[in-house]
Design a protein around this ligand. Sequence first.
Ligand code: PBG
Length: 327
Amino acid sequence: MAYPNTRMRRLRASAGLRGLVRETGLRAEQLVLPLFVAQDGAAPASQGALELPALARLSISGALERAGEAAALGLGAVIVFGIPSHKDEEGSGAYDEEGVVQLAVRALKQALPDGPLVVTDVCLCEYTDHGHCGVAREDGTIDNDATLELLARTAVSHARAGADMLAPSDMMDGRVGVLRSELDAEGYADTPILAYSAKFASAFYGPFRDAAGSAPAFGDRRSYQLDPANGAQALREAVLDVGEGADMLMVKPALAYGDLIAAVKRETGLPVAAYNVSGEYAMVRAAAAAGALDEREAVLEILTSLARAGADTIITYHALDAASWLA
Ligand code: PBG
């Protein structure tokens, strides 16, 4: 049946009708706030004149304060990134029992036992002096298999500190399986893994790398992160991670990858997290600061579109703002 019997505008005529048939809603409890905890203490984040408050480096007490705000607004989780004062070839700060993430996680779980879940990013790039996500060989290539052991040690130390969920972001082959078996062997069989499965080599990580001081000192990450042109490969990564025991799968970045959020959800049926990354946050902040768009409307539209694409969980630097707007 077509026009004039069918008029799509009938159900758009009032706020009441639009609300009645709205397909997608957003809940604060599905949002995850990134926290950058720095061993050397707090520092604001900016790009030129543009302030990026959600990318600021926090002390542990600053992280507790921000997690407290997250708790008050009902956010589902925080994801903790560490910025160590010392970097070395093997990224030893990543698996140091007294490392910055381990200390921050213990503090968060102690101060806010009923607060947001504490997820940790499991990677070496913030801890290696060369800034790569794995062990670098003499010739500058990244040694997949030598990296796995260090990632597993990192994951186990995060679990021991009390992390509720572990999120490996390194893109080494086989890491989910190795993490799962090491965690099980160490008594953490119930700690879930959120795999950064479809993580692309993206231009949109720039502000994060500035904030975390994790830009690679040589080369780039294209030998381990996905080529943005490859959707079928991204799906294979997701399916392999399911086979290795991932509990949740991530697509990252988010805005240019809605096709993969939908495809990963459809193909695997697992809970899917979309990572609305730092460059995407900076774009919105810059456009809003220039008066080109309304930040609140733009953010809620973006987050709703990610949920509509199939994301169950959304990691976003807008999480505190969005939760306050939804309240
Ligand atoms: C660590 C990691 C990165 C991000 C999350 N985990 C940086 C990278 O891979 O270069 C990026 C997050 C963002 O840009 O918001 N491997």
